[in-house]
Design a protein around this ligand. Structure first.
Ligand code: R5P
Length: 265
């Protein structure tokens, strides 16, 4: 692996081998999602606890201070919306010149395996990997399910992660599943990070699945709504960070969460 690629990956995955990515890219297909109406404001109190921010070029250019001291993972797929026909029909929405111009540390795009757009999204992943590898920019593939949340089970996720890695993704982001998540990670030759999904009912549930996913081999998370849509985003991200980088269990993370809310930590 060349120096540039190694350097960028080390900005994302920290010295302890773990990573906490903070995605605020949801507007690319959902519009002004709740709590993300002003993405720059949303991340102000919390971004310092993240290892990288994930967003589109539009949010990056318009809402993020260029002097920010955090690596950026730029989403480069889109062109569909929640009011359109099919969320799986994504395309690449920018290319390598813009990726380099914006000086991002990595890019991400979704693949929709098992849909009628499987070939299109996987071919786009291959094209993106080819462009980015020339310049040492890591590609993070996102195994997306659109509205079909029930697809999130180990056999399907393992297939998606493996295929994305085979095509050349340097990191894969996928959903957590309660049963056999270790099979998803074991079958994937590149680091796997867990996406959050819709907001959980309690904060404890988030701490539980993050912890379990890490125990089963994930290197970290790419978690949005279960941080910035919660009542206490700073306490939430600090609890998650404690699990990822400080070896805390869910109970300890929850104790920290309560202490932060009470102003004692
Ligand atoms: C989703 O469309 C985006 O790619 C998000 O980055 C991803 O789903 C993770 O965010 P959340 O934890 O809110 O699901």
């Amino acid at each position: 692996m060349e120096w540039g690629m190694k350097n960028r990956l080390s900005q994302l995955i920290q010295k302890d081998g773990k990573a906490l990515f903070l995605p605020i890219d949801h507007g690319y297909f959902q519009g002004p999602t709740r709590c993300l109406e002003k993405p720059g404001e949303t991340i102000k109190p919390i971004y310092q606890y993240a290892d990288a921010i994930m967003c589109t070029r539009g949010v990056l250019r318009n809402c993020i201070d260029p002097a920010i001291n955090k690596p950026v993972i730029m989403r480069v797929s889109g062109a569909v919306t929640v009011v359109g026909e099919d969320l799986a029909n994504e395309n690449l929405v920018t290319g390598i010149r813009e990726i380099l111009r914006l000086n991002v540390s990595a890019v991400s795009m979704s693949v929709f395996i098992g849909t009628k757009y499987e070939r299109q999204s996987l071919s786009n992943l291959a094209k993106l990997v080819d462009q980015c590898e020339d310049y040492g920019v890591p590609v993070m593939a996102v195994t997306a399910v659109g509205r079909e949340l029930e697809k999130r089970e180990a056999r399907y996720l393992a297939l998606c992660c493996r295929v994305a890695a085979e095509i050349g993704a340097r990191v894969v982001k996928t959903y957590y599943c309660k049963e056999k998540f270790e099979k998803v990670v074991e079958g994937c030759p590149v680091p796997v990070v867990i996406a959050g999904g819709p907001k959980t009912e309690t904060q404890q549930e988030t701490f539980d699945f993050v912890y379990d996913g890490m125990q089963k081999g994930a290197v970290g998370v790419n978690l949005g709504r279960n941080i910035w849509q919660t009542e206490h985003p700073v306490a939430a991200i600090r609890g998650i960070r404690a699990i990822i980088h400080e070896g805390c269990n869910p109970k300890e993370a929850n104790e920290l969460y309560e202490q932060v809310i009470a102003g004692k930590a």
